[in-house]
Design a protein around this ligand. Sequence first.
Ligand code: NAD
Length: 285
Amino acid sequence: TARLLDGRAVGATVRAGLAETIAAYTENGHRPPGLAVVQVGGDPASSVYVANKRKACAKLGIESFSHDLKDTVSQAELDALVDELNEDPRIDGILVQLPLPEHLSADSIINRIDPDKDVDGFHPTNIGRLAIRQPGLRPCTPFGVMRLLEETGRDLHGMEAVVVGASNIVGRPMALELLLAGATVTVCHRFTEDLAAHVRRADLVVAAAGKPGLVRGEWIKGGAIVIDVGIHRRDDGTLHGDVDFDAAAERAGFITPVPGGVGPMTIAMLMHNTVTSWRRRLGLD
Ligand code: NAD
């Protein structure tokens, strides 16, 4: 059976390293890293994510600046806030929690954030940098997956990698990361005709379709690495991924659990990006 890729443990290691870096510089008199967290409206799931991010910041010595806006805020008001945060010298990272209410444009907000403060890595400049092999701030979830893959000790060069899902925030940048790492990458999406055939020949599967149980255990090639990005909460409150975990774990070489796999890595890499931006801005590299 597969070895578990423990995102909680690896995420904790990443965060411990960041805490050390922050302590070393702040003890020398540098200001702490600053992360602005903007939430619009009170969506319960978003509130949980935002609270977790704030907590993670506090533990590491990152100062967080919270902006909780009413869901009636106008695009112009949100734009003005982003402009202000772009200029604020205490702030190294700006995070706008998605999804936004219907009347606001996420694209236009993402485009407005200074790419050097775009710790989510969603700005077209950062996606473009990744695409031309000059990564800047990297999208957190794919970046976290790359860090988890290091734990396997496997060489990604020439590996057959199949990414299931092609969204702007997960599937696409995931494919770019794997390409950068030397894998042969196939991207599957809702128009893919024979998903099973693609997954069956994969040495590495990254499932990010947002469809519970989409990837069947019997499709997994013996010894393959299986990374499950999907998160779904069933009515009984339990969390599940896009992969049929029990059956896949019998065949895979490595597999991520849900929860406790990719999720904790995403937040660790958000902190990592904030520290990277801070070091650059203070000229500490
Ligand atoms: P999305 O809905 O934006 O994109 C889903 C993608 O999957 C699309 O490209 C679509 O074409 C593809 N798809 C849908 N049905 C498919 C099918 N039957 N076969 C093949 N491809 C199919 O979703 P997203 O924002 O990329 O998120 C994907 C999942 O990852 C969700 O469950 C989300 O909750 C989760 N997520 C987890 C983290 C984390 O930190 N663990 C971060 C972001 C998203």
